[in-house]
Design a protein around this ligand. Structure first.
Ligand SMILES: [Zn+2]
Length: 62
């Protein structure tokens, strides 16, 4: 495991908003491949480009 933020992860990451949207939109499709934000992803939302830090700031409600 490396802490490098330059690494590209094969999983796609989505912010909570997009994750919820996709789960609703795709609940009939049976597609299972979404990966919610995890600290080790260190990635942007593949849908809206929101970063983990931005998501975290929103969740703090400040
Ligand atoms: Zn998003």
């Amino acid at each position: 495991m490396s802490d490098s933020t330059d690494e590209q992860y094969p999983e796609v990451a989505y912010c909570d908003d997009c994750f919820e949207l996709m789960m609703k939109n795709e609940e009939d499709s049976g597609i299972v491949g979404e990966v919610n934000y995890e600290d080790h992803h260190g990635d942007e939302c593949q849908r809206c480009g929101k970063t983990v830090e931005e998501e975290r700031a929103e969740q703090e409600g400040k």
